[in-house]
Design a binder for this molecule. Sequence first.
Ligand SMILES: C[S@@+](CC[C@H](N)C(=O)[O-])C[C@H]1O[C@@H](n2cnc3c(N)ncnc32)[C@H](O)[C@@H]1O
Length: 222
Amino acid sequence: MKVKLNNRLLKVASMVDKNKSIIDIGCDHALLSIYLVQNHSPKKVIASDIHEGPLNHARENIKKYQVEKEIKVKLGKGMEPIEEDIDTVIISGMGGLNMIGILKYQKEKYQNVDTIILSPNSDTDKVRKEICKLGFYIKDEKLVKEKNIIYPVIMFQRGKKRYHYFEYLYGPILIQNKDSLLIEYLQEEKRKKERLLAVLPKKYIQKKYQLKKELKTISKIV
Ligand SMILES: C[S@@+](CC[C@H](N)C(=O)[O-])C[C@H]1O[C@@H](n2cnc3c(N)ncnc32)[C@H](O)[C@@H]1O
């Protein structure tokens, strides 16, 4: 039986190359790990989580889809469960600051990793900036809409590239590709900021300055 993923997890899976050794940190239900086993012929898959509850859910699904031999389930915080031969780290569906914490403070654990795929729920600009500071560049990125919320999926690879601040903010590849969801998102942001600017009393000088700066940044793209 083939597992079905929602659009967000499908987008994450679409970034994963074949024949990789993968850890899915914060796997929860482990549906992504199961999908990868069924569709991406990975060399190895570890599904890890910080809590036993989600891991029990993961074990049930792994049994249901009969992939017990292909997926190792491991309890642990962040990078703790990683093994030496892992080359691809996936973290999706967590806050961006949590992801940064996981990657920033356990660097020694992933020296052999060359690809990190992240789909943060928040603070995407900080995620781009901080992961690039760790010696990675943005190889690919996509947006996906799930239940009317737009999520980013970003693939980092080892290497160096310099970015402008607005590229950290909205994504260098999304900007370059004029991604249709990015344009939709920015047009909405532009409308909101213009409305706020129009009604904000004069005394909020700093806030008005900030809004104008943000609008100028958006106008570079749309
Ligand atoms: C909302 S679920 C996301 C599940 C799945 N990755 C997805 O994208 O649908 C977040 C999971 O991350 C786990 N988690 C949160 N912080 C973690 C950490 N520091 N290390 C490992 N797992 C963590 C939680 O226990 C939870 O199961």
